[in-house]
Design a protein around this ligand. Structure first.
Ligand SMILES: Cc1cc2nc3c(=O)[nH]c(=O)nc-3n(C[C@H](O)[C@H](O)[C@H](O)COP(=O)(O)O)c2cc1C
Length: 338
């Protein structure tokens, strides 16, 4: 049977899919859709200037969706307008994060157990998008601090006239057991443009396998309401993602962990360590240019993943954990490329 081409995107990953990672991904094998890491709606609404690093992006990434998490509807309203002002193509609400630091405050996946609040957050976000599309000058009424306004005024990607800004939700199948049959119709009742479903419960964390049968059930529910659905969980390549979309009836899929140290996932390509080394250099150059004030630490984590499977991986790992500059990475070329 011939497999169709579906919309296959890069899944958001906090601490991983920052602007440097995504730009590297774009230049090597562009996904059809990308998301920022999740950003706190309350943090943005309260002028937490350091969070704005997570909202950096290049127009080459389009379509690029800004993802928010939190529990305060008023903050979602403000943060949504800020993201619209920054020119994002869509706003996504995180209702799937299982991390304790997020769920203990009632955000992320905890919202599955608090549908009343989830509904208020969705309505506040939709109102933010509608108000901005109606009149972008609503941004000027937000009463943000001057330091944030000056920072945002330096960001060039701003308004694109009459652009439709999408609205979506990313979630999991449930807390202890799947509640797809009640949770997904509830989300659909708010008419998002799309829903992404990671086929695991909170209890599962990242263990076991994603349950794609539950994703298939959710796909039927979404399609009955004319809403698009992206499946997510354990996909290893664009080809596998296309096959799963066809088999489980989704409109597309997101790939997360398989992209770490392997941006060729979206090209279905196996590459040599020479190409991997070139990608490490591209990634490092983007990182140091985009985040000149940040130290090299987050990059070392990526480099360890790029060299996984290398015949000298353990010796290389010992050198990589000490890297502090691009020059030192250049000195490793021979050891990596061979
Ligand atoms: C390190 C890490 C960080 C993540 N951060 C986010 C996040 O910020 N927002 C989100 O919606 N999901 C986040 N996720 C979940 C992924 O987007 C994805 O749903 C999950 O990893 C399953 O897909 P995969 O099997 O393709 O990795 C994160 C996952 C990982 C491993």
């Amino acid at each position: 049977m011939e497999i169709r081409n579906y919309t296959i995107g890069l899944s958001p990953m906090d601490g991983i899919t920052d602007a440097a990672f995504r730009l590297t991904q774009v230049e090597i094998a562009k996904p059809d859709l990308m998301f920022t890491e999740f950003v706190s709606a309350e943090g943005i609404a309260h002028n937490a200037i350091r969070l704005f690093d997570q909202l950096l992006y290049s127009p080459k990434e389009r379509p690029i969706i800004g993802q928010l998490f939190g529990k305060d509807p008023d903050s979602f309203y403000i943060a949504t307008i800020v993201l619209c002002h920054l020119g994002f193509d869509g706003i996504d609400i995180n209702m799937g994060c299982p991390a304790k630091k997020v769920t203990q405050h009632g955000s992320g996946i905890a919202l599955i157990e608090n549908p009343e609040l989830a509904g208020k957050i969705i309505l506040a976000t939709k109102k933010g998008i509608a108000d901005y599309q109606n009149n972008p000058k609503v941004f000027n009424k937000l009463k943000l601090k001057q330091k944030v306004i000056s920072l945002l005024s330096k960001r060039g990607q701003g308004e694109i006239e009459n652009k439709k800004i999408g609205f979506s939700i990313k979630t999991r199948t449930g807390i202890n057991n799947s509640v797809v049959s009640t949770w997904i119709p509830f989300l659909c009742s708010f008419k998002p443009d799309s829903i992404t479903l990671h086929g695991r419960t909170l209890k599962q964390g990242y263990s076991g396998l994603a349950n794609w049968d539950e994703i298939a059930k959710a796909a039927i529910i979404c399609h009955d309401s004319n809403i698009k659905i992206f499946g997510n969980g354990d996909l290893q390549s664009r080809q596998m993602a296309n096959e799963y979309c066809q088999k489980y009836g989704t409109d597309g899929a997101l790939i997360g962990r398989a992209t770490m140290g392997n941006p060729w996932v979206f090209d279905n390509k196996n590459v040599s360590f020479k190409e991997k080394y070139q990608a490490m250099l591209i990634h490092a150059r983007h990182f140091t240019k985009i985040f000149p004030h940040r130290c090299f630490d987050p990059l070392r984590h990526h480099f360890l993943l790029y060299v996984s499977g290398h015949p000298n991986a353990s010796a290389l790992r010992q050198q990589i954990v000490k890297l502090t500059s691009i020059d030192q990475l250049c000195a490793l070329e021979q050891s990596i490329v061979g």
